[in-house]
Each structure stands twice: as C-alpha cells, then as structure tokens.
Write a protein that binds this ligand. Structure first.
Ligand SMILES: [Zn+2]
Length: 239
C-alpha cells in the first residue's frame, strides 16, 4: 500500500472544523505523518492511534506545519515507546530545540545530501524558496513516486525534482485574483504550471488559504493541469 490521506489542507490557519497542513502516508503497513499543523492530531485519531505513528517528516518549522508535533510530545509523555524518528530542518533553532529536547522524538536533520531508506521507501529532499529553510520531499516506493512541494514560491526546480511523479501534492494557497508578487506561496496558476511541467500523473492542490475560493483555485490550476484536484480533508489518494 502506498496511500496519502489528507489530515489538514489549510494554511496558515484552518477553516472552522479544519486543520492546517498535514498528511498521513501509508507505506506498506507503516504510518508516516508528513507535517503536523494545528488540528491534525485530532484528525489523525480518526484513522490510527497516536502510538501507531512510525515516523514523522516536517518539511519546515513554520507553526502551521509543525505545532501538533509539540502536542504529540505531551500525549506521548510517560508512554513506554521507542522514540519516533522525526526528520526536520534544524532551523529555526527555537522550534528545532523544542523538538530535539523531547524524549519521544529521535530528531534527524534534513539536508539535500541525505537519502533516507525508511520502511522500504527511498526519501530525498530538495530545498525550496520560502521564508525559512524548507524542503520539498520525494518518496519512492515500489516504483511509485510521491512529491510534496511543502511551501515555496513558483520554482522550476520543483518541477524538475517532481519529474514524472505519480502524485504531486503542491502548495496552491491563492487564486490568481488574491496572489501578489512577493507572496511566499505560488498562485494556483503557478501550481498548475509546475504540475504540468513535471509531467505529474496527479496534481493535488493544498495549503489552501481559508479566505480563498476553492472553485477559483481549481479553475486557475486546471487551465494548465486539467485533472488537478483540491485536497479534501480525510480523503485518501492512491499513489
Ligand atoms: Zn511556511
């Protein structure tokens, strides 16, 4: 099994009842949580128990991507468990130290030069352009390729990193009508272009600004990637 379930699709804050960016990846019989925004821990428990998380990847340490890892730390205090491998950039240092000092996590800093073999999957990282150190993630499992952009501006390097992937999960925070030059996120038009340039088989748009019109985001992206979809919380996608 190689499957993505959306736990949270918003950023930088959720809509009522929603969560900010977070995903459960099922790799074989293992559970890997990719980013842990606010509300994601509540949604995760509809699927698995908090003691069934096998690994965590945080693509950057903005709070809308990581704050529930700090809440997980409370939940796991006193539990008789091996530390959970947690891959994360080692900066900003304040947030990194909070994670690194938690006994429930085995923190492993991300760099572009590491190649992680985890549960039969090969995981690599590519630095993106954002306000803090941020990595796109590529996970290859049984010949299938999944790429998550994390947060980034429009980047031809993302398209190259995601070349021929089966599923590109892409930051698409704003319709073009709301997007401004200098925003640290791509417009939905740019997300569609990046998906098209990557020759991705599926494009899922995420990190949706809660004030944006999703229909407009979808329309913008579909100009360049006709099968693009907006992420739906608690929906699963086969990779
Ligand atoms: Zn961010």
């Amino acid at each position: 099994m190689f499957e993505l379930t959306v736990l949270g699709k918003y950023g930088p804050y959720p809509k009522r009842g929603g969560a900010t960016t977070s995903y459960l990846l099922r790799i074989g019989d293992k559970n890997v949580v990719l980013d842990m925004g606010t509300g994601s821990l509540a949604h995760l428990q509809n699927l698995i128990s908090i003691t069934e998380i096998d690994a965590i990847i945080l693509t950057h340490l903005h709070h809308d991507h990581m704050v529930d890892a700090l809440i997980l730390r409370y939940a796991l205090t006193g539990k008789d468990m091996e530390p959970i491998p947690l891959y994360t950039p080692d900066t900003p240092s304040y947030e990194y130290n909070l994670l690194d000092h938690a006994p429930c996590f085995d923190t492993r800093p991300i760099t572009e030069s590491i190649k992680v073999n985890l549960f039969g999957a090969e995981i690599t990282f590519k630095g993106m352009i954002h306000l803090v150190v941020t990595y796109a993630v590529k996970i290859v499992y049984q010949g299938k390729i999944f790429v998550f952009s994390s947060d980034t501006v429009y980047s031809p390097e993302l398209s190259a990193f995601a070349e021929n992937c089966d599923l590109l999960l892409c930051d698409s925070a704003f319709p073009i009508s709301m997007w401004k030059q200098g925003t640290p996120h791509p417009s939905a038009v740019q997300a569609g272009v990046m998906g098209n340039d990557a020759h991705a088989k599926q494009l899922i748009l995420t990190h949706i600004n809660p004030e944006a019109d999703e229909k407009e985001i979808l329309k913008d992206a579909r100009n360049f990637f006709p099968k693009a979809e907006v992420a739906e919380e608690m929906k699963s996608y086969t990779i």
